[in-house]
Design a protein around this ligand. Structure first.
Ligand code: PXP
Length: 246
């Protein structure tokens, strides 16, 4: 079974920095610490309004960190230019609305396929792996495959927000989508809203190879420190995976 990678999203280190301006706390320092704590990759979302990560953070992350960089972005001409200038390991295309607090749903690749197709082709020609952040839905996965994506990242937000039977139903959707992704030959990632309480059932899905987690890790860092917060998440992921191997 493939090892489960942890991508640490450092956006909200930049959110705190931007609350006052200046340089502290530095998301690049957080990325280096994440690497020491067991992260396998660093994820950063350059939003159109630059509410957290800024252009200079992307340049510095691309230059200064040794881990693969996963650049989350909307499929706009501005972001395409930035991605091709920095050539991150991967780009994860996400929907973006100015008024939203966070990425609320997956990208509707079925509706957007005409504009996405040339965009994905340009990134791939630039040597960048393309991931599409989608809801765990069969149609979305089939279209992602047809568009030539390398990876799908399944949106786990609805699962994390639901409770009881509704949560179990959402987990079932993620499990079925992860199996479909493998059948289609798409690498399968998952993320959004994951916490210590919700991570293990997703980590236990054998065809999921990467989880991208940010807000909870940075929030928890206030109480236990960033390194301890990441180490605990890593341990929970490994425990869930080891349970499968047993
Ligand atoms: N994956 C994607 C594609 C995202 O857009 C986000 C949020 O930026 C995450 C994962 C991480 O979500 P969270 O910050 O809730 O852990």
């Amino acid at each position: 079974m493939a090892k489960l990678r942890l991508g640490v999203n450092i956006d909200h280190v930049a959110t705190i920095r931007n609350a006052r301006g200046g340089r502290h706390p530095d998301p690049v320092r957080a990325a280096k610490l994440a690497a020491a704590a067991g992260a396998d990759g660093i994820t950063a979302h350059l939003r159109e309004d630059r509410r957290h990560i800024a252009d200079q953070d992307i340049s510095r992350l691309a230059r200064e960190i040794d881990l693969p960089l996963n650049l989350e972005m909307a499929a706009t001409p501005e972001m395409l230019e930035i991605a091709l200038a920095h050539r991150p390991h991967a780009c994860c295309l996400v929907p973006e609305k100015r008024e939203e607090k966070t990425t609320e749903g997956g990208l509707d690749v079925a509706v957007g396929h005409r504009t996405l197709a040339p965009f994905i082709a340009r990134l791939r020609q630039g040597g960048i792996r393309v991931s599409l952040f989608v809801d765990p839905d069969e149609v979305q996965l089939a279209v992602a495959k047809a568009l030539g994506a390398d990876v799908v990242e399944l949106h786990t937000g609805a699962y994390c927000e639901a409770e009881g039977e509704a949560r179990a139903a959402e987990l079932g959707r993620i499990q079925r989508a992860a199996a479909t992704a493998e059948r289609l030959g798409l690498e399968c990632h998952a993320g959004h809203g994951l916490t210590f309480d919700t991570v293990q059932p997703v980590a236990a899905i054998p065809t999921v190879v990467e989880l991208n987690i940010g807000h909870f890790l940075v929030g928890e860092a206030i109480f236990v420190g960033l390194e301890a917060s990441i180490r605990h998440m890593r341990a929970l992921m490994d425990e869930a995976r080891a349970g499968l191997a047993a």
